[in-house]
Design a protein around this ligand. Structure first.
Ligand code: SAH
Length: 389
């Protein structure tokens, strides 16, 4: 466990000696309650909420001192009783391919990982939804880590805000800002898309993930479009329906096998929601149309799930579904029970999918040298704990 001296710098303790509660991740009504708790007169509350929202999510400031239009008194009360701190950075590593991995420390000392994958002048931020994971997928390194807890909405959103801080990626309309290479709305942000593909199963922490993503999509703040967000699930069928109804972000499904006997082993959640049920949930996913295809992730494991018959069965399963397949070469980790399929087998597999009319790019592993690639995320502290056991 981490010791107190390395935990996040927090605002001074609020009354009662508890840590000052963060405003990051509160919905507008919750933020209004917090403002009301600071004796802001009722007729001013909505205005204060609008101002706070803009400072936090549009300007991206990290302290109340900068919120110049709030008035000195209110600023002082906010500084006393609240914070807008992000998770702290325990370590940051940059891969030779530009990928950045952060080990982040939460206020209670737990740690999670976050990865930024740049692509020319924009990039994807891969965020975590839980500390650890309960799914135990056989090929996933994160899966060997026991779940410690769900992240709060503030901790999920805090990852995004921290990435924008680190990459100097908040755009403000203020005169002090460098002009951006303009194409209408300006150059793309460095963090232009979000993938919920870090540690954890986002649909097992649905409420907090939804609250954080709703704030990310809110037009008065960060204003990322739902098309810029992809949520990846191992196939929690009941929550997929909810996600499609309420959140309507892009869906990625970690399929990885086309037969229940194999998928039961690779993704044990399959024993609860077998392939037929999962595929039905995909067909029912409301946003699944040709413009917004569902992505199926398929990790390539030598002689486990990579035969020609497997590829043909995959085509059969996907028939009639607007889909794209991401073939992910298995990223090895120490002690992993599988090997990555050979190049030949991966290409053969891809060709069958392509011939059937599906886009099936073979994902280039990113950040392998810093263990930031898919399924390699696992916090340092956990590794140290595991080693000492
Ligand atoms: N629980 C969610 C979110 C995690 S996403 C889900 O399962 O979709 C992480 C993605 O990386 C998943 O598709 C996962 O199956 C894949 N992955 C995990 N370990 C991997 C490894 N060692 N090599 C390649 N991909 C892996």
């Amino acid at each position: 466990m981490t010791n107190a001296s390395t935990t996040a710098p927090m605002a001074p303790p609020a009354a009662g000696g508890k840590l000052a509660p963060s405003l990051v991740g509160l919905s507008r009504p919750e933020l209004r309650d917090a403002v009301a708790g600071l004796d802001v007169p009722e007729r001013q509350q909505n205005m204060r909420v609008r101002q706070l929202w803009k400072w936090m999510y549009n300007r991206g400031v990290s302290g109340f001192e900068e919120m110049s239009d709030l008035g000195k008194d209110l600023r002082a009360r906010l500084i006393d009783g609240h914070n807008i701190a992000r998770p702290t950075i325990a370590t940051m590593q940059q891969s030779t391919d530009g990928t950045i991995k952060w080990l982040l420390r939460l206020a209670d000392g737990n740690e999670i990982e976050m990865v930024y994958i740049p692509d020319d002048d924009h990039g994807a931020l891969c965020m975590s939804s839980q500390v650890g994971c309960t799914l135990n997928c056989r090929f996933c390194h994160t899966g060997t880590m026991p779940l410690v807890r769900n992240l709060t909405a503030g901790e999920i959103l805090g990852q995004f805000m921290l990435a924008r801080d680190c990459l100097d990626d908040w755009r403000s309309d203020g005169p002090r800002n460098r002009p951006r290479n303009d194409q209408g709305g300006g150059a793309p942000r460095k963090v232009s898309t979000i993938v919920m593909m870090g540690m954890g199963e986002p649909l097992l922490n649905y409420d907090n993930v939804a609250q954080a993503l709703n704030i990310v999509m809110d037009g008065d703040g960060i204003a990322l479009s739902r098309r810029a967000i992809t949520l990846s699930t191992a196939g929690l069928v009941p929550a997929m329906e909810r996600c499609g109804r309420d959140l309507r972000v892009n869906l990625a499904v970690s399929l990885h096998a086309v037969r229940d006997e194999v998928r039961d082993v690779l993704v044990p959640l399959n024993r609860r929601y077998p392939i037929a049920e999962l595929m039905q949930a995909c067909r029912d996913y409301p946003s699944a149309n040709n413009a917004r295809r569902i992505t199926f992730e398929y990790v390539m494991l030598q002689e486990v799930n990579d035969s020609l018959e497997d590829a043909r069965e995959l085509v059969r399963l996907l028939r009639g579904l607007p889909a794209k397949i991401n073939l992910i070469p298995f990223n090895p980790w120490p002690g992993a029970p599988y090997e990555c399929s050979s190049n030949n087998r991966i290409h053969r597999f891809a060709r069958i999918l392509n011939d059937a009319g599906y886009s099936a790019p073979i994902r280039t592993p990113r950040g392998r040298d810093i263990m930031a690639a898919c399924g390699q995320l696992k916090s340092e502290s956990e590794k140290i704990r595991a080693a000492s056991r």
